[in-house]
Design a protein around this ligand. Structure first.
Ligand SMILES: NC(=O)c1ccc[n+]([C@@H]2O[C@H](COP(=O)([O-])OP(=O)(O)OC[C@H]3O[C@@H](n4cnc5c(N)ncnc54)[C@H](OP(=O)(O)O)[C@@H]3O)[C@@H](O)[C@H]2O)c1
Length: 329
């Protein structure tokens, strides 16, 4: 059986964690119907947590993280997937407790696998990765409620991060007036360049007044940060405003009241890209391949090999990433 290179996180005797690149055998991979030669992966916040020994993401170490993988089917016991087919796997248990996309091979259940849609290259699929899929799911939820560009501005938090960047670009492509929230001084020019109409600082949406409601400004929101920023935005939604939330980079707490919901008819939807329905996923991948595909996704992407990952992991843990990091395997 072939050996391959994999990024490997192990626990030391003193309970700290080490990251290295090792040689593994495909015999070491879990049982599954499809063996995939991974060509590209991508770096997400969750990968950085798994790479740092976060037991909320990965219970057992040693482990190969990587919640995203795009590659070519090398062995298949599924009638749906043929050898040589180009495929994408994101979420489910990949990279959490199943050896993930930071290795040159993965073996997974067939039901986790999505065929690469026409219009998308393998590398492009990983520029999107879980971040792009999550942004697409958040936006689709907003659209399902009837949100249209004429209803008003859509605010995106954590806007220079992976999910945020993707949400800004897709919303701008769909004709929405996007307001990006960023904590980075260099974020303003970056976001305006991606198509945002306005950029505000994190402080501007971190209300400490204690008021139950604020002026209604936004028709929609994609939130990746939670905490008091999300609470402030809830108070700042227009009548019938709609929020999709997916992240907790500021805080998992949500210090809010019922007022935005009962006084302004605000709705809020949670998005989980890792376990969501496979048909919804396939539909979103088709959108990303075609009508939602923003121009210039290459321009927000840096590509690294396994050796370059450690530095990028440290940066994302500090909230310092802008755009997307693709991993070439
Ligand atoms: N539910 C799901 O299916 C799903 C899927 C993917 C990701 N997520 C979650 O979504 C979040 C974002 O993921 P990501 O991969 O996009 O991460 P990321 O690339 O690190 O982006 C997060 C961004 O949040 C902002 N930020 C950082 N620290 C902050 C703080 N203390 N307060 C406010 N904003 C802060 C930064 O952007 P600025 O500097 O521009 O403010 C940062 O770039 C994470 O919590 C992740 O776990 C959930």
């Amino acid at each position: 059986m072939p050996t391959f290179q994999a990024f490997y996180v192990s626990e030391n005797e003193d309970k700290t964690f080490s990251r290295q690149i090792i040689e593994r055998s495909t015999d070491d991979l879990p049982a599954g119907e499809v063996l995939i030669r991974v060509k590209y992966s991508s770096l997400n916040y969750k990968d950085a947590l798994s790479s740092s020994g976060n037991r909320g993401v990965t219970r057992n170490y040693p482990h190969t993280p990587g919640i995203d993988a795009a590659g070519i089917v090398e062995e298949s016991n599924s009638d749906e997937l043929s050898v040589g087919e180009q495929v994408i796997v994101t979420g489910f248990d990949l990279g959490m407790n199943t050896a993930g996309g930071f290795g040159q091979y993965i073996r997974v259940p067939a039901k986790w696998v999505v065929k690469l849609p026409r219009g998308l290259r393998l590398k492009e699929s990983m520029i999107f990765g879980t971040a792009g899929l999550t942004a697409a799911l958040c936006i689709d939820k907003l659209l399902q409620t009837g949100l249209t560009p004429d209803k008003g501005k859509v605010i995106v938090t954590g806007a220079t991060g992976g999910v945020g960047t993707m949400a800004v670009m897709i919303l701008a492509k769909l004709g929405f007036a996007v307001v990006g929230v960023t904590g980075k001084p260099e974020g303003e020019a970056f976001l305006l360049n991606l198509g945002a109409k306005e950029v505000v600082s994190r402080e501007a949406v971190n209300d400490q007044s204690g008021k139950p409601m604020l002026k209604g400004i936004y028709a929609g929101c994609v939130d990746t940060v939670g905490g008091n920023i999300l609470a402030t935005i809830l108070k700042s939604m227009q009548y019938n405003g709609v929020v999709s939330l997916c992240g907790l980079v500021q805080s998992p707490e949500l210090p809010t009241t019922v007022f935005p919901f009962i006084l302004r008819g605000v709705s809020m939807f949670g998005i989980d890209s890792s376990e969501c329905d496979i048909e919804w996923r396939k539909k979103m991948w088709k959108n990303l391949a075609k009508k939602w595909k923003p121009e210039g996704i290459q321009s927000i992407t840096r590509t690294v090999g396994l050796k370059g990952l450690d530095k990028e992991i440290r940066k994302i843990l500090k909230g310092g990433q802008m755009g997307r990091v693709v991993v070439r395997l």
